[in-house]
Design a protein around this ligand. Structure first.
Ligand code: FUL
Length: 472
């Protein structure tokens, strides 16, 4: 933990946290913002989205697999981590699991000696990005799926992944569960009780024990929640809090996941998962349907810009590499985004506020424009709807406003408005509700010598760590 995450506890001048607050592992996760999904398995070779579970391991044979080139493409796109489908619903394991024969052990790829999980996790570590694991709870191959023995098998596999592949930043539990499958030759339909079958509390405990830093994703957390769609779009507003106990993997209320619940019982921020192509797995027929850099930017605004994270899927092709079109689109998206983010027009502004907590320098209005997430402007407890004014030496022209709250103190702001100084008076040009980890507000080009942020509703004194201005 750095000084920032400690300060609310050790700083007796700071306001008390409001509502649920993020854990240390969630705070680290919030800093990632954009990371990637790698969907790769037998489906890549059978041209399917969901394998039935009867695939011959021999079909898995990438001819030019190169984990470093996958990570390189991801990094050029600014992805801060990669989550690999170590086992999808078909049950085929991308690592030589001790607990099944249905794996890369029986593929011609690298003469059955290959391990995709090892190769990709090591490439991520070498290049300094985070690695995460997806392990499908549903297994259409395993003969015991639906019976208690399968849960023991699932946990064994989870332990293998948690123990042998270095630190994981996220473990992904898919809510798609039960239905028809091969099931060791039975070829039947098996339903399970989504709430009770996996005994999630105890399954999750394995992750806590072996990888205490990892965030766990499922429809309802416990650390990161699903956004409720696979289009990559968060609700507006999207609160980082939820009444967690109403949810379980495969058990959800889409609208509540999409918007969150206020004030909520738990800090449970959302992750927006979406593929760069229509499908999650690679299909040559979709080569001309790769999302454009503009479409990716739009997704960034609608996910990260609403306080969520963007989990963007990049499916390796049959070579075992990211297709050039995907790589170019992703790289171009990142270049445009970075060009914009490099030019924060709020830096250097003279900042003032109608209230500063205890008149203390450590809560100064200038903290909102210093480009740091560990400093913040804050007011006295009684002042919940303050104003912050930025004065520029020369008029600035912007069309994107970025705001962040200081997360260790919880999500405090419930409504805000932005005004520009025009012809001797203030004109409101934008408003928003939730802020949280980040709020991006797009507007028509505003040219002004002064900007005013008004917090118009908050149950407690707001704590604003960032206000930046960009020209897109
Ligand atoms: C879904 C799965 O059924 C899809 O195949 C994909 O893995 C997606 C990310 O999650 O629930």
């Amino acid at each position: 933990m750095n000084a920032k995450t400690r300060s609310p506890v050790t700083d007796r001048d700071a306001p008390r946290p409001y509502g649920p607050v993020p854990t240390a592992r969630q705070l680290k996760w919030h800093a990632l913002e954009v990371y990637g999904f790698i969907h790769f398995t037998v489906n890549t070779f059978t041209d399917k989205e969901w394998g039935f579970g009867d695939e011959d391991p021999a079909v898995f044979n990438p001819l030019d697999f190169d984990a470093d080139s996958i990570v390189e493409a991801a990094q050029a796109g600014g992805l801060a981590g990669l989550i690999l489908t170590c086992k999808h619903h078909d049950g085929f394991c991308l690592w030589p699991s001790r607990f099944t024969e249905h794996s890369v052990k029986h593929s011609p790829w690298q003469n059955g000696k290959g391990d995709v999980v090892k190769a990709l996790s090591e490439a991520c570590a070498r290049r300094g990005i985070a690695f995460g694991a997806y392990l499908s709870p549903w297994d259409r191959n395993h003969p015991a799926y639906g019976r208690p023995e399968y849960v023991a098998y699932y946990r064994n596999q989870l332990r293998e992944l948690l123990a042998n592949y270095g630190p994981l930043f996220e473990v992904w539990f898919d809510g798609a569960n039960g239905g028809d499958g091969y099931y060791g030759g039975a070829r039947e339909k098996r339903e399970i009780d989504r709430r009770t079958y996996y005994d999630w509390e105890n399954t999750w405990q394995i992750v806590r024990d072996l990888q205490p830093e990892a965030c766990m994703f499922s429809d309802g957390g416990p650390d990161v929640r699903w956004i409720g769609n696979e289009d990559g779009i968060a609700g507006d507003p999207c609160w980082a809090t939820l009444n967690r106990d109403q949810f379980a993997p495969g058990q959800w209320d889409i609208a509540l996941l999409n918007g969150g619940q206020r004030p909520g019982t738990h800090w449970l921020p959302a992750e927006c998962d979406v593929s760069i192509r229509p499908g999650w797995f690679y299909h040559a027929a979709e080569d001309d349907r790769v999302k454009s850099p503009e479409a990716l930017l739009e997704l960034f605004y609608q996910s990260v810009g609403r306080g969520s994270a963007l989990l963007l899927n990049l499916p390796p092709d049959r070579r075992g590499r990211i297709h050039e079109r995907d790589a170019v689109s992703l790289r171009t998206f990142r270049r445009r985004l970075n060009d914009m983010l490099a030019g924060d027009l709020a830096r250097g502004a003279r900042v003032s506020a109608d209230n500063t907590r205890g008149n203390l320098a450590k809560f100064s209005p200038a903290n909102a424009t210093d480009g740091r997430r560990d400093t913040y402007w804050c007011t006295d407890d009684a002042v919940t709807t303050p104003e912050l004014i930025l004065n520029f030496a020369q008029a600035v022209a912007f069309n994107v406003v970025s705001l962040r709250e200081y997360l260790p103190l919880g999500q405090r702001v419930e409504a805000l408005a932005l005004d520009a100084w025009e012809q001797g008076q203030w004109r409101e040009f934008a408003s928003a509700a939730s802020v949280g980890s980040r709020r991006l507000i797009r507007c028509n080009l505003v040219t002004t010598p002064k900007l005013r942020l008004r917090i118009t509703r908050a149950p407690v004194a707001p704590a604003i760590s960032d206000l930046s201005l960009f020209r897109a």
